[in-house]
Design a protein around this ligand. Sequence first.
Ligand code: NAD
Ligand code: UDP
Ligand code: UDP
Length: 319
Amino acid sequence: MKRVLVTGGSGFLGSFLCEKLLEQGNEVICVDNFYTGAKRNIYHLLDDSRFEMIRHDVTFPLYVECDEIYNLACPASPIHYQRDPVQTVKTCVHGAINMLGLAKRLNAGILQASTSEVYGDPAVHPQEESYWGNVNPIGIRSCYDEGKRCAETLFNCYRMQCGLRTKLIRIFNTYGPRMHPNDGRVVSNFILQALQGKDITIYGDGSQTRSFCYRDDLIDGMMRMMATPDEVAGPINIGNPEEFTILQLAETIIELTDSKSEIVRRPLPADDPRQRRPDIARARELLRWQPSTPLREGLSRTIAYFDELLRSDRAFCMG
Ligand code: NAD
Ligand code: UDP
Ligand code: UDP
């Protein structure tokens, strides 16, 4: 049994990770400032004596004792990370420094939830880890993209300079139950719009692509990465290599919800990547991992979650 620290532990991915770590018999310290996380995501874990919740902002130093650290703290959705770009950079950079300092003091293994956004609007397709990316350093997405790139640099520097056991994974678009209803990301937007009979808002012409990974597959890959030998540092792409256009996603969700919603067009946000698909050869080889949940199956489970949420807490979803 280990004591594991999960920053961002009350968020969409973090809360599911906490659950899985507890299931494996570990103690879990969940650290979160509730910027985008929700108490409802971890409410069911609070009775477990092996689970501890600390309200804390990772941009400030943190002194706890643990064996492993998963650093997930950071808003992931464009509307959230763009609301306070300075705080987003601080969370990525100061947060990484503090967690790396903590890992150094404790000699703990530390994993960083990096992102496919480090590839920016990629000129290479599909994206291999060796690709350095195409990122605008001063655009509306750069607080997140460059923040995450700097965090990768910090992880690498602490590894080279201090011998830290660091792990980098680059997460591609992930969806599933417990996504925030007002998250603004495409899967939650389309599902909520379809379930409520509202217009489905496609930004641009809908020909841009993304590759959608189901939450459970992603967390499995993340935990496999943490369990690798010390010499495996990454970065390793974790995502689903099946690529869809945003229009295809909208049509699939309309079909699965049997919705009467109409598709409408909205302007494409600046710097919106044209295409996105992970090359997962490294994950296959080093983690023996590949996603197993097809899009339609994962979407059906996510639709059931939002349907239930709408019925039980309509005011929250509308707010
Ligand atoms: P999320 O917004 O649901 O979770 C992020 C959590 O971090 C929230 O609980 C939030 O309150 C917390 N947080 C934010 N700033 C903090 C701070 N300064 N101090 C402490 N806590 C803070 O997002 P998610 O989808 O669960 O993403 C988790 C991680 O995975 C993020 O680091 C994100 O960048 C990364 N990631 C996610 C995706 C995806 O598609 N979901 C893709 C690529 C990378
Ligand atoms: N830190 C922390 N918890 C710890 C140890 C360090 O939050 O248990 C923070 C502390 O704020 C420090 C940062 O991590 O500034 C980086 O630590 P490091 O040891 O690399 O550098 P230094 O202490 O020299 O700044
Ligand atoms: N998108 C869309 N309608 C929405 C939300 C998003 O067409 O209501 C598009 C967005 O422009 C992007 C893609 O869907 O091309 C994925 O957006 P998301 O915010 O989910 O993730 P990211 O752009 O960070 O990959």
